[in-house]
Design a protein around this ligand. Structure first.
Ligand SMILES: Cc1ncc(COP(=O)(O)O)c(C=O)c1O
Length: 391
């Protein structure tokens, strides 16, 4: 599929590649851009073809989402994840984070606690705070190079009546865990017992490497007190389409969500997004299979490279996602020094671990949805910088 092909994203105002973004967050406009979680690959050919055809029609007036759109999505989850997602449970929102913000507003009050599991996608913290709720941490445990949920701590946090919700990242960004059925059952059981509403953010659900298997949270939990956020944005590299799916089995909750998107008029249809999403779910499977093989090749490459060079950096091998969580603790730098070293000395723009909570200090997240040659360049830079530093 040509995943090795270098495509210059600088010709468009690409967030990850923009000089101003690199300067603002990394103080280095020339650092290799590997922080934002989108991919430097073309979308599946079926999506590109569909968009060309849609553009060629020349009329882009108001649309609704047709039956075929929903059929494609339901078919995708049935065929790939063995999950009977019910079409009636699907709501739309502009993005996953907007859906999370709405759900937080509907299922908690100002000042209530919302539990997250750091190190975790930093925008969870922001969306909780922006909506005047309290961030409550249930940090993951790091045991023998492997991350696990601290269920005892989750039990304690969930039992506190002030804590009303959990935002679960499944699979987990940035550490790459694919939660097992058993782990998700335990989460569901604890949250049901304490009446904690669970938002399962499953945006990375299609990125799972064998033998691991993605278990959709709603195929496990059925407490009437949960929602799942799904999105084709990462899977098919169409995040800029700005469209996401929220699955809410509880009818009353679903109605509330719909009233909210209606009240704020954020329920409109983007003609290109809906064309792309339908085509991707209907015809993108073979492309995704090849992508997953390529990503596993990238992971194997990083692992072998770091083992051979022995520079005090190691890979926490991901079970899913297109993110590599790298352990820099062997370099003995504090969080700020490490961030500066990576951006200035190694000239790589990768997300420093402390962005994901202080639990991530000493680590950094590299987006590996890019040609292997880009990864090689980044690792060569890193090796040279470590050697120069004399560490
Ligand atoms: C776990 C997770 N949730 C949500 C998002 C953002 O999704 P959206 O752009 O649809 O809000 C990301 C993007 O990196 C993510 O990794």
């Amino acid at each position: 599929m040509g995943f090795d092909k270098y495509i210059d994203r600088g010709v468009y105002p690409t967030l990850k590649w923009s000089k101003s973004f690199l300067t603002e967050y990394f103080g280095n406009p020339d650092a290799i851009p590997m922080s934002v979680a989108d991919m430097d690959f073309e979308a599946p050919p079926a999506v590109i073809e569909k968009l060309k055809k849609r553009a060629a029609h020349g009329i882009y007036g108001y649309e609704y989402r047709p039956d075929s759109y929903f059929d494609a999505i339901v078919g995708w989850y049935r065929n790939r994840h063995n999950w009977n997602l019910e079409r009636e449970h699907i709501e739309s929102s502009p993005s996953i984070l907007s859906a999370i913000a709405i759900l937080i507003n509907q299922h908690s009050d100002e000042g209530d606690g919302v539990i997250i599991q750091p190190p975790v996608f930093f925008e969870f913290r922001m969306v909780i705070r922006d909506n005047r709720r309290k961030v409550v941490k249930n940090p993951l445990k790091f045991v023998d190079g492997h991350y696990e949920i601290d269920f005892e701590d989750l039990e304690r946090k969930a039992a506190d009546p002030k804590n009303k919700m959990l935002v679960l990242c499944s699979p987990h960004n940035p550490v790459g865990r694919v939660w097992t059925q058993g782990e998700l059952e335990q989460v569901a059981e604890i949250c049901a017992r304490h009446d904690v509403f669970v938002i399962a953010d499953e945006i990375h659900g299609d990125f799972v490497f064998p033998p691991h298997q993605f278990a959709p949270y709603l195929s496990i939990a059925n407490n009437g007190n949960e929602a799942a956020c799904l999105s084709p944005a990462k899977t098919f590299n169409i995040a800029g389409m700005v469209d996401a799916l929220t699955i809410i089995p509880n009818e009353q909750h679903r109605q509330q969500f719909r009233e909210f998107t209606q009240r704020y008029q954020i329920n409109k249809v983007n003609v290109f997004a809906s064309a792309a999403i339908e085509a991707a779910h209907r015809e993108g499977g073979a492309w995704l299979d090849e992508l997953l093989v390529y990503l596993q090749g990238n992971i194997a490459f990083i692992k072998a490279y770091l083992q051979q060079r022995n520079i005090g950096v190691s890979l926490i091998e991901p079970e899913g996602t297109f993110l590599a969580w790298l352990d820099f603790n062997g370099l003995g730098m504090d969080a700020k020094t490490l961030a500066k070293f990576l951006a200035q000395e190694a000239q790589i723009a990768i997300a420093p671990g402390h962005w994901f909570g202080r639990e991530g200090a000493g680590f950094a997240r590299m987006t590996i949805g890019c040609p292997r040659a880009t990864i090689q360049r980044a690792l060569d830079n890193l090796t040279a910088a470590v050697q120069k530093s004399g560490r």
